[in-house]
Ligand binder design. Structure first.
Ligand SMILES: O=C(O)CCC(=O)C(=O)O
Length: 256
């Protein structure tokens, strides 16, 4: 029997079929386009952002490029907020879990406290949506800036027991400055030395573009440390270029 839902619009079957189709369309849009549309975080700004998620690599670690995560004015806002908070020499986690200055990491870092600034909190919430983690699990954002010659050599973001009971499961690194680095002639990539690009046979590299991000999980599906996710911030090899990014680290429990 054929039921014409245009004419029998009030039947239970037609209502059910229509809501099922709406649900399927909404979810297909997400699964096949990987797109969300979200409001600008800036005051009195009615623009939206529609970040696009593209898988850069899938073997051993899923590395995802997030194009258009921040509007150019949001990028400026975070850069200004970081300058306002002030930059210090970046640190690494030492052998006893303490923060130490180390030649492996030569950039400078500013810490942006949580809950102090509605624009930064809104950006954090957007990042949590993209990373599919509760925003309560996000550490305070850290902005890292590099100039000529600066780098962070290959490392894991996992804390290995030094995280006060929780672990950094997911990293979302959002580029805030990519001046002179696009095109790949002056270094500055986020590189994954244990992952090979199937097309080029080279190490997987994501080049900075302000407003975009790169995201990956630091654990395997079974929850073990995934050292294929070890990565570096490659040195900036030209003068007069600069790079900055926000480290958004999501823990496997609330951050406090
Ligand atoms: O600079 C990059 O591309 C990556 C930065 C990084 O790995 C870090 O700060 O932990």
């Amino acid at each position: 029997m054929f039921l014409d839902c245009e004419r029998n619009s009030s039947s239970f079957f037609c209502d059910f079929a229509k809501s099922a189709m709406t649900y399927v369309r909404a979810h297909m849009k997400f699964f096949f386009n990987n797109k969300f549309t979200m409001q600008s975080c800036l005051p009195d700004d009615n623009r939206t952002v529609t970040p696009v998620l593209t898988q850069v690599h899938s073997n051993n670690v899923v590395v995802t490029r997030v194009t258009g995560l921040l509007l150019p004015e949001e990028v400026m806002y975070v850069n200004d907020a970081a300058s306002h908070h002030g930059f210090d020499q970046s640190v690494v986690v030492g052998t006893d879990g303490e923060s130490v200055i180390h030649s492996a990491r030569t950039s400078r870092t500013a810490y942006l406290p949580k809950g102090d600034d509605p624009v930064l909190d809104c950006i954090s919430a957007r990042m949590a949506t993209i990373a599919s983690h509760p925003v309560a699990h996000l550490e305070p954002l850290q902005v890292t800036r590099y100039t000529h010659g600066q780098q962070y050599t290959t490392h894991s973001d996992l804390l290995g027991g030094d995280g006060g009971g929780t672990e950094r499961t997911t990293t979302l690194f959002t580029y805030l400055d990519s001046d002179g680095l696009e095109g790949g002639m002056c270094g500055g990539a986020t590189a994954f030395p244990y992952l090979t690009d199937a097309a080029t046979g080279e190490v997987v590299r994501v080049y900075p573009h302000a407003g975009d991000a790169v995201m990956w999980s630091n654990r395997t599906l079974s929850g073990a440390a995934n050292h294929y996710a070890d990565h570096s911030g490659e040195p900036l090899t030209c003068h007069d270029v600069s790079k900055a990014g926000i480290n958004a680290w999501f823990r496997d429990g609330p951050w406090e």
